[in-house]
Write a protein that binds this ligand. Sequence first.
Ligand code: OGA
Ligand code: MN
Length: 209
Amino acid sequence: MNLLLSEKLNAIADGLADKGYAIIDNFLSPEEVKAIIELGYFSKGFNDFKKAGIGQRDEKQINEAIRGDFIKWIDRHTAPDEIMVYLHRLNELISFVHENLFISLKDYEVHLTMYPPGSYYKRHLDQFKKDDHRRLSVICYLNENWKAEEGGQLRIYEETNQIDVLPEAGRLVCFRSDMLEHEVLPASRARLSLTGWILDQYADLKHLS
Ligand code: OGA
Ligand code: MN
């Protein structure tokens, strides 16, 4: 079923209010995902990616045992149209959630992400200890024809149970950054996404690295 954007935003707001998370398919259409992949960031442009760290600024560390992904921050001033489509949609999500859930949201930060086969991100919370401006975590997957046996689930920990989400192309997962612990399980193929956070203050891109 292909919902209208307004229906998707409603479903996201409802999920956030009820459970602290929401999973929405077709946030990006198959064509929109394909257009992003065809920009070539994950292939010929992959040199621009860097190993993701843990912690922020001076405390940033790279720790392979905790997370194994590679990232490239997106600069909205130079982003190609194919990625702007996604950023505009995120802006609509921000306005909708801001108006309907009364969560103060001001801005976002987004990176392209690639987990090489076998890599993972251990159970964690997305808010940094000294900087809790990340209010919502938003991930949109870019993996066409992902199969369950390829692994790579996002595992979200609720109080009494856990939910596994396959990283299928176009699927958006949105959750409260301060509340929900989660992890990324290893996959047998490269796992691609647009990973972002919605902030309650303006993003300071100078500090993102
Ligand atoms: C993260 C993260 C989840 C995913 O980047 O902090 O938890 O499914 N990503 O990629
Ligand atoms: Mn996370």
